[in-house]
Design a protein around this ligand. Structure first.
Ligand code: ATP
Ligand code: MG
Length: 245
C-alpha cells in the first residue's frame, strides 16, 4: 500500500487489488476471491467508481435497519476481511452488531486466520467458529452458521455473498442487506436492501449514516426503511451502468 501513490487516478482500484493479493498471501482470501474482485472492479469502473445517489439511499436504509434490529449480524468472508476489516469492526461497534465469519470455501485455517485478522483490527468477539446451526436447504459446508449468530439474527449484512446462500437466508425470513457491485447478481436481487457500491465505500458510508441517525426515533427510522424502494435502486444502478457503456 505504501507503494501506491495516492494521487494515482485509479488509486482506490489499485489499493483494492493490492489488499486482495495480501489477503491471499496471508491465507485470508481464497484464490477465487481474486476472480470475484476482478468482476467487482469491472462493475465499479462502469459505475464511475463512485457511490451513486441510489446507493446513498440504500446505505441510509441499511443504517436504519441495523439501528432498528434486535440482533444484527455482519457476515465476513475472505474478501471482506482483506478489504475492510477495521471498517467492519467499527460498523459493528456503532450499531451494536455481531461479526460472524462465513466462508464459501470453508477451512479451519482460513476461519482462524480471518478471526485473528479481525481481532488485530479491534474485534473482541468473532462468531462463526462454533458452526453449531445450519441454514436450511443448503449443502452441508455452506449451511454452517453459529446458533447465537447469523442463525439467530433478524438483520444480516452480507457483502459479496453467494446467490444460493443469499436466497436461503432470505427464505429464513431475515432482513438482508447485500453489498454487491453487480446489480444483476442474484444476491442483490433477493436482498431487502441491495447496495450497489464498492464495499470500500459502502461500509464507511453506512457507519456515517448510523452515527447521524443515532438519536433518531423509531418512527423516523421506520420511515426511512419504508421509503426505500429496492426495485428502483436496482434499476437505477443498472441504468447507470448502461449509460456508462
Ligand atoms: P453468482 O451468479 O454465482 O452470484 P458472481 O459472479 O456474482 O456469480 P460471486 O462469487 O457472487 O460470483 O461474486 C462476487 C460478487 O461480488 C460479484 O457480483 C462482484 O461484482 C462483487 N464484488 C466484488 N468485489 C466487490 C467489492 N469490492 N465491492 C462490492 N462488490 C464486489
Ligand atoms: Mg453473486
Amino acid at each position: 500500500e505504501e507503494e501506491i501513490p495516492e494521487d494515482h487516478p485509479r488509486y482506490e482500484d489499485l489499493l483494492t487489488r493490492h489488499r486482495i493479493e495480501r489477503g491471499v498471501e496471508k491465507g485470508i482470501t481464497h484464490l477465487q476471491g481474486m476472480h470475484a474482485e476482478g468482476r467487482g472492479s469491472a462493475f465499479d469502473y462502469l459505475l464511475g467508481e463512485e457511490t451513486i445517489p441510489s446507493a446513498v439511499e440504500a446505505e441510509r436504509a441499511a443504517a436504519a435497519h441495523l439501528l432498528l434490529a434486535d440482533h444484527p449480524v455482519l457476515s465476513i468472508n475472505g474478501n471482506v476481511a482483506a478489504l475492510v476489516p477495521a471498517e467492519m469492526v467499527e460498523l459493528a461497534d456503532v450499531v451494536d452488531a455481531d461479526l460472524e465469519v462465513n466462508l464459501f470455501n470453508r477451512t479451519p485455517e482460513r476461519l482462524e486466520a480471518i478471526a485473528d485478522h479481525l481481532r488485530e483490527h479491534g474485534a473482541e468477539d468473532v462468531k462463526g467458529l462454533e458452526a453449531d446451526a445450519r441454514i436450511p436447504r443448503l449443502d452441508h459446508q455452506r449451511a454452517k452458521v453459529d446458533a447465537d449468530g447469523i442463525y439467530d439474527a433478524d438483520v444480516v449484512v452480507v457483502p459479496l455473498e453467494d446467490g444460493d446462500r443469499a436466497e436461503a437466508l432470505a427464505e429464513m425470513g431475515k432482513t438482508e442487506i447485500v453489498i454487491d457491485l453487480n446489480p444483476l447478481s442474484r444476491s442483490p436481487q433477493v436482498a431487502e436492501v441491495p447496495i450497489v457500491d464498492n464495499i470500500i465505500r459502502a461500509v464507511p458510508n453506512i457507519t456515517e449514516h448510523a452515527r447521524d441517525l443515532a438519536d433518531a426515533s423509531g418512527e423516523e427510522l421506520e420511515a426511512i426503511v419504508k421509503e426505500f424502494d429496492r426495485k428502483r435502486a436496482l434499476e437505477a444502478a443498472e441504468e447507470r451502468i448502461r449509460s456508462g457503456l
